[in-house]
Structure formats: C-alpha cells, structure tokens
Design a protein around this ligand. Sequence first.
Ligand code: PYC
Length: 330
Amino acid sequence: MKKVQVIDSHTGGEPTRVVIGGGPDLGGGSAADKLKVFRERHDDFRRAVVNEPRGSDVLVGALLVEPADMSCVTGVIYFDNVTFLGMCGHGTIGLVVTLAHLGRIHPGEHRIETPVGVVTVVLHADGSVSLTNIPAYRKAKGATIDVPGLGKITGDVAWGGNWFFLVEQHGLALDLANVEKLTDASWRMRQAANAQGFPEVDHIVLLGRSRREETLTQIRNQSEPPHVGSYPVKMVSQNFVLCPGKAYDRSPCGTGTSARLACLAADGRLAEGEALVQESIVGTHFIGSFRWLDRAAGKIIPNITGMAHVTAEATLFLDEHDPFCWGIKQ
Ligand code: PYC
C-alpha cells in the first residue's frame, strides 16, 4: 500500500491539493525537466491524486519537487483531471498558504520554480498572497471563429501561464444558475478555436460586467486598499473560465486574469499603476495589476492578489487491490 500525504486548500472557492510526500521520483533537473518525466512515466499518479474516487473534476493537484534554482523555496508541478498545467495562479496562492500552514515559510517574499519559469510570491501578514507571474502577452487580437450552434464568436488569444481564448461579446448571462449553458458554449468555443488556427488554446474565458458593482465602491472607499499599494481600482469585471478537463474555475483564474491583463494593457484600457478587480462566477475576486516588461512586444509582468484557506490534511491510500487505485480514467 502506497501512502501519499496531501494538504487541501481552496482559493476563492477553487480547490488545490498539494502533495507533500509520497510522490514519484522524477529525477534531477528543473521543474520543466521533472514535468517531462511526470507526464511520460507517472500519469497514473496524476489520476490517482485528483480524479475520482479520491478527487473530482474541479480539483487541481500540485506536486512539490526539489527546485533546480536554489533561490526558490520549492519547485511545483500543477495538474488536473486530464492534463498538466504550465502554471496555476489559484494553485500558487493555495500552495503559499499551505507552505505557511506547514511552517515552511513566513510572511514576506518567496520564489517558486514552475515548469514555465520562476514566480515570486508575497505572503502578507493578513494571510493574503500576491503573485508576480511569468510574462504574459496577447498572441491574437479579435480572432473570429465559427462555433457550431453559436455562430461567429470573436475573442483574443493570450498567454498567462496557460493559453486562453477570451471573449467579451457572447450574449450569455454570467450567472451560477447558467453554468450548464456556459460550460456547453465554452466547450464548443474551445473545440472551434483548436480546429480554426489556435490548437494551443486550453482555457476559455467569458467576460462580463460584474453584477457586484459595490465591490468596486467598497474597494475605492477603503483608505488603504488591500495590497494594491496606491493603485486605484480602474475596472471590475466578472468571468467564467472553462478549464481543460471541462470543469469551470470557481476562482477568477490567476493565469486567466494574467492573460486578460495582457489584453487590457495592449489595448490601453488599463495602465501600469491601475488595478483590475476580477470577480469569479461564484463571486470571489482577485486583484490584478501589471508592469510593462516590453511595451513594443506587448509583454507584461502580471501581479495577482487573492486569498486561500487550508481545508484538510490527509493521507491518500493507493492500494493496488483497489480497481480504482489509479483513479477513474477520463
Ligand atoms: O488560477 O491559473 C489558475 C487556474 C488554472 C486552472 C485553474 N485555475
């Protein structure tokens, strides 16, 4: 019987399961090198940790690995019910809170090695976390795809640690009661985007006006807005994000918010030193801002602030006699 030690948390409603012991030996090298070994030789371990019957479609896993860059507090590889993720914003915020829960880090700045690069995080004294992500940029502005059942849909293709197709004009109500329709429409868009020139797109973001305009008012009214320094909140919007395995993100999606920031920056709709409040479909929010890395190339460094809470410490049993020892395959 194999035993795997995990700590569960949620970030704005989106769960993360951090594997702190009992993971596979992925050899040496960087987190990117280790991801290759994980993907090629240990996909069964990914399924065992996050798929049913131990997990669910919405759960994101995070395997702690030894970093190659010794200035990092840890390396990490993220995965979900169907695949591996280059980066994960909500997962990183959950990981930071988990490391603090374990007493491995304290408030202050820390570096974390991911397969797509090193990210910097700040654990604030109140438990909130700010993440300085890897560079984000827009690859295509206003790409129009033909979506069966929906017609022509126009969106931007952008990178924020994963690949996103971001749509503002979709005619759908961003409401929890509408999740089935939103999922169906987003899945069609994903397939159409993949078939019509954007095979890399693995997440869909539907954007809309936040129904919680009071969030903006509340934040503006605080004399010291939380961890946005002196940044005035310029914009509040809501999103619905569909992940690669067809589950929707309960959080506002850290990498999706990074991709969105890149689009807003490129269009001049948000400036350096201004903040975006990105609300999720369940009503939680991240605060996003950016600085230019290379204005001519449209590359930004996104910064995302959010909250996570530890929900469980557990030991998973991987018993070869159990027919679903390695999770239910999708
Ligand atoms: O927060 O970046 C994120 C994310 C990706 C998939 C689910 N959450």
